[in-house]
Design a protein around this ligand. Structure first.
Ligand SMILES: *Cc1c(COP(=O)(O)O)cnc(C)c1O
Length: 422
């Protein structure tokens, strides 16, 4: 029996309950496949034994202390970027080492000891390893250097502007870990470089002169690799501009270097509300007690947290993995915001999942789990024309005051949104 249409109200209470019970059983059946698989998809919380044994091994290998390990400056100074150290951590063979050396000549790599400690060294398809350890697949020469033509959308030093009321300031090219799928590879270069004070002043001047800019996104590289003092100054300067209503920071440190989220940093951030931080968790394994603590501190400082995942082949191009990721993010108070279709950036083609897979992921999120766990899947239009949402079709036809709609369960219904005439 299906749910009767609204006009038929002559049902008794018992019949209504019977219908509801049947419907509830159907609803549970809709996610049985997920419920069976869910616990097999591990989070960092499920791997705590491995994480602490990796950490202890590294502390011994670096001949350092637990205290240093917890210090983000130590983590940055000791980013793993030589094959010898990496091989000692993960036990690579000669061929694997040769591949990393070869890729390293074209593309920079570096991994914070913390992020390296999340790796399961025994697994070649480990999602942490795939995102951080160079792969010979990067030598594939297809793809573009700058598919979004960012270089043509910079009206002032370190500014990227593609939208009417908001823009990006790029403050550094530095990251705690250089993602193998990085879409801004061309900026990474060989040396870490923060923007000069002069360039930042010029960017601020551009914002002051353009009163329609109400949302400023500070990113990089990684915005939180600026010092507390520099951030305090920059956020303070933005606060002085009356038309800047909100500030956003783009950082992956919550995932790759949670030690960066110190009480001191949080004291600075708390002084400059409203601040939104978008980070990038791509797999549930990245959700660890350390990253949760970082999120807790930021939330207590009044920061609103969002996630911008990238759809990555072999990592999260699977509806169940993506659903688990988004559910786990809500548990640490991070709102899933975007899923990006990976762009055809040279050296990252092996990560590109098909858009069919992306759409299938979205199909299995909407309705099947909390709306809060459903981000917007977006593609970046060519030439910097902006993020464009992609969705499975829910409106199949429309016109004359009605639509043919398709629900999350694939029920196709005619819906008259205007009352029907006699
Ligand atoms: C992504 C992006 C923004 C922010 O876009 P939202 O959809 O508002 O999150 C702003 N400027 C540029 C250049 C961007 O690429």
């Amino acid at each position: 029996m299906s749910i009767p249409s609204v006009e038929k109200l002559e049902f008794g209470n018992e019949e209504k309950r019977t219908v509801a019970l049947k419907r509830a059983a159907d609803l549970k059946n809709r996610i049985n496949d997920y419920l069976e698989e869910k616990d097999e998809i591990r989070t960092g919380f499920d791997m705590q034994e491995m994480l602490s044994s990796n950490r202890e091994r590294q502390i011994a290998l670096f001949n350092t202390s637990e205290e240093n390990w917890q210090d983000w400056r130590w983590q940055m100074a000791n980013r793993v970027n030589d094959v010898f150290t990496l091989a000692r951590l993960l036990g690579f063979n000669e061929e694997q080492c040769a591949h990393i050396r070869r890729v390293g000549m074209s593309y920079r790599w570096a991994i914070s000891p913390y992020y390296a400690s999340l790796m399961d060294g025994t697994c070649e398809h480990d999602p942490i390893r795939m995102q951080s350890v160079p792969s010979i697949d990067e030598m594939d020469s297809t793809g573009y250097i700058d598919p979004m033509a960012e270089e043509f959308t910079s009206p002032a030093p370190c500014v990227t502007r593609r939208y009417p009321d908001r823009l990006i300031i790029n403050v550094t090219n530095q990251c705690a870990m250089y993602c193998r799928h990085c879409q801004r590879r061309r900026n990474i270069g060989e040396v870490d470089q923060h923007q000069s004070h002069q360039s930042l002043m010029a960017a601020l001047e551009y914002i002051r002169e353009n009163k329609e800019i109400r949302d400023v996104l500070i990113t990089g590289g990684d915005a939180l690799l600026l010092s507390d003092r520099k951030l305090d100054w920059l956020l303070g300067e933005l606060d002085k501009i009356k038309h800047v209503e909100i500030k956003r920071l783009g950082t992956r440190t919550i995932v790759t270097l949670p030690q960066r989220i110190t009480p001191e940093l949080c004291t600075v951030l708390k002084k400059h509300p409203p601040i939104y931080i978008n980070t990038q968790f791509n797999h549930p394994r990245e959700i660890t007690p350390d990253s949760k603590q970082a999120c807790d501190r930021l939330v207590e400082a009044g920061v609103v947290l969002g996630n911008q995942a990238v759809l990555l082949k072999g990592i999260n191009n699977d509806p169940h993995v993506m659903k688990k990721l988004n559910q786990e993010l809500l548990k640490i108070r991070v709102k899933p915001y975007y899923i990006f279709q990976a762009k055809a950036v040279k050296g990252t083609s092996h990560f590109i999942a098909s858009m069919d897979e992306g759409i299938a992921v979205m199909e299995k999120l909407r309705g099947y789990t909390s709306g809060l766990a459903v981000p917007t899947y977006v593609i970046n239009a060519p030439n910097g024309y902006g993020k464009t949402p992609v969705m499975p079709p829910y409106i199949l036809a429309q016109g004359g005051g009605k639509v043919k709609m398709r629900t999350w369960e694939n029920r196709v219904l005619d819906y008259h949104y205007l009352p029907e005439g006699e």
